[in-house]
Ligand binder design. Structure first.
Ligand SMILES: NC(=O)C1=CN([C@@H]2O[C@H](COP(=O)(O)OP(=O)(O)OC[C@H]3O[C@@H](n4cnc5c(N)ncnc54)[C@H](O)[C@@H]3O)[C@@H](O)[C@H]2O)[C@@H](O)CC1
Ligand SMILES: [K+]
Length: 509
């Protein structure tokens, strides 16, 4: 499990640790780790540290102090190090250390700053770290802008300046780093978009904070965690014990969603899939997934699902439509005390009538930002900008587990860390992949996982399967850290490809 924390949590842990150590110890550890991460970057560009050019962007706080001390270490190894002092003050001991090591420091001025950055092999962003509040002020914003054209490598100190460490929010100018060297523990903003997309590869430097950290605010499952959580068939398992998932999806207009949701469930290992819907989706599901047991629902029936048979969990909503008949299906399913996953059109019914969510069984909602905007009556952009906050709020307000889809998918449940998914590829942003995700999560619910684990394992497998489908099985296994997904060398995928790659994803865990 990879865990992450808010700035306040980190600061409290640092204070507790600092109280037991001589002054300056933590910053010394941080700077040593930072310099150690920079040296190979310089060696790669120049053959060695000696003679390379390093520019430090130095803000007025301790983040700048880290950059100055690391710069001093690199200067002692023969790098030419120039610090650009952006704040009204700078960390005095750090500045003295840099000067003593032969480094130089200049006050910010636009022309010279741009020239220095343009000539640097490495730019260290030490403008602000966990002490940042709000959008970058001037001249920090201008300096962040200059780094966009830097020909050298940009490494962020602790957090890319402009990214809010606690939320991942980005409100204005921001440093886009190729790598981020972070101290003590991951910060939420390094794992959650939009912040995560500015971090590059994240390297964690241990400064001894571990014993002082509280329960994490955010957590990311690893492949090992998912392997441990996944229900496994035992020798005595039969299809009922492995979990029967009921899926109510598709309509005569949107029949394809049904095939995709059923495919996700079949390939994710459901013991049995019972599929119930209107005539056209049933015909298509039967043709594509003969494994599914299908029921055509009687239009206008008072209890449309009476003939479906027993299930252990339900998925309702993908492509189901927003009319009266669909509403009756959603209502009947939510009236059971079974675990229910509500997606897509199902969420529209729930947004129009929240009383549907007052139920005895567990509920998993799987909205994208637009659907969550309707559920919470909040503008979509605000949700995109503050994803952790809104996923958490939705879970509390709606009394459900909430899986918020997006470039970093989040799973929120009251009183638990928000889980952030670390797998995926930009190629996943294509129609129908959400329906597959519903089927996977539904199969895991029916298999006995609770909503929180089913949602986070489903998101992980879905992202991994997408990578495998996009990259080909030989290349895609392994590597599942945030920020290391990318479309390089990958090919477009269709939603069913993701379902088909699920067995390979499970094998690769
Ligand atoms: N506290 C500790 O024990 C350790 C802290 N470390 C470093 O210290 C950092 C935190 O240092 P600080 O608490 O001094 O805070 P920062 O250095 O992150 O930033 C605070 C300074 O930036 C200014 N500032 C805040 N928001 C701004 C904005 N939007 N635009 C422009 N200026 C802004 C503030 O006026 C203040 O002077 C960490 O991120 C990490 O890099 C490390 O050395 C490890 C040990
Ligand atoms: K920084």
């Amino acid at each position: 499990m990879r865990t992450a924390y808010t700035s306040d949590q980190i600061r409290a842990a640092e204070l507790a640790l600092m109280a037991r150590l001589p002054e300056g110890t933590l910053m010394g550890r941080a700077a040593a780790g930072l310099a150690a991460a920079c040296a190979p970057v310089l060696a790669e560009r120049r053959g060695r540290v000696y003679g390379s050019r390093v520019v430090l962007l130095v803000g007025s706080g301790d983040n700048g102090g880290d950059a100055l001390y690391a710069g001093a270490r690199l200067a002692r190894r023969g790098a030419r190090v120039d610090a650009i002092l952006a704040g009204s003050r700078a960390h005095q001991e750090g500045l003295a250390a840099l000067r003593a090591a032969g480094g130089r420091a200049v006050e910010f001025a636009p022309g010279p700053a741009r020239e220095l950055i343009g000539a640097a092999d490495l730019v260290l962003d030490g403008l602000v770290g966990i002490g940042s509040t709000g959008a970058l002020r001037e001249p920090y914003g201008t300096l962040a802008g200059f780094t966009a054209d830097a020909p050298g490598v940009v490494i962020a100190v602790d957090v890319p300046s402009g990214v809010d460490a606690s939320s991942g929010r980005v409100d204005g100018p921001v440093v886009r780093a190729q790598a981020t060297v972070t101290f003590g523990a991951y910060k939420n903003g390094l794992l959650v978009d939009p912040g995560a997309s500015f971090c590059g590869a994240v390297e964690l430097v241990d400064i001894g904070l571990g014993p002082y950290l509280p329960d994490p605010d955010v957590a990311a499952l690893t492949g090992d965690d998912v392997a441990d959580l996944l229900p496994k068939p035992a020798p005595e398992s039969d299809k009922y014990r492995r979990g029967v998932i009921g899926i109510a999806a598709g309509s005569d207009t949107f029949a394809g969603a049904a095939v995709l949701a059923a495919g996700g469930a079949v390939r994710a290992g459901a013991g049995m899939v019972r599929f119930a819907s209107f005539e056209e989706p049933v015909r298509l599901v039967r043709a594509r997934w003969p494994e599914a047991v299908t029921t055509v629902l009687t239009p206008g029936a008072e209890r449309p699902l009476d003939d479906v048979g027993r299930v252990q969990a339900w998925v309702v909503g993908p492509g189901l439509g927003t009319g009266r008949e669909a509403h009756a299906i959603v209502r009947e399913i939510l009236a059971t005390d079974l675990p229910v996953l509500v997606d897509a059109d199902g969420l529209t019914h729930v947004a129009a009538d929240r009383s549907l969510l007052r139920r005895s069984g567990p509920t998993l909602l799987t909205p994208h930002a637009g659907e969550l905007a309707r559920l919470l009556d909040v503008p979509r952009e605000r949700i995109e900008a503050r994803r952790i906050e809104h996923a958490r709020r939705a879970a509390a307000e709606l009394g459900a587990t909430v899986l918020l889809k997006g470039s970093t998918t989040l799973v929120a449940e009251e009183d638990r860390p928000v889980r952030v998914n670390s797998t995926g590829t930009p190629w996943l942003a294509t129609g129908g992949t959400g329906d597959v995700l519903s089927g996977i999560a539904g199969a895991l619910l029916a298999g006995g996982l609770n909503c929180y684990d089913a949602a986070s394992c489903a998101a992980y497998l879905h992202g991994l399967a997408a990578r495998i489908a996009a990259a080909g099985p030989d290349r895609a296994a392994g590597g599942s850290g945030p920020g290391d997904s990318g479309p390089g060398g990958e090919a477009p995928i269709a939603a069913l490809d993701v379902a088909e790659a699920l067995p390979e994803a499970v094998r690769a865990l």
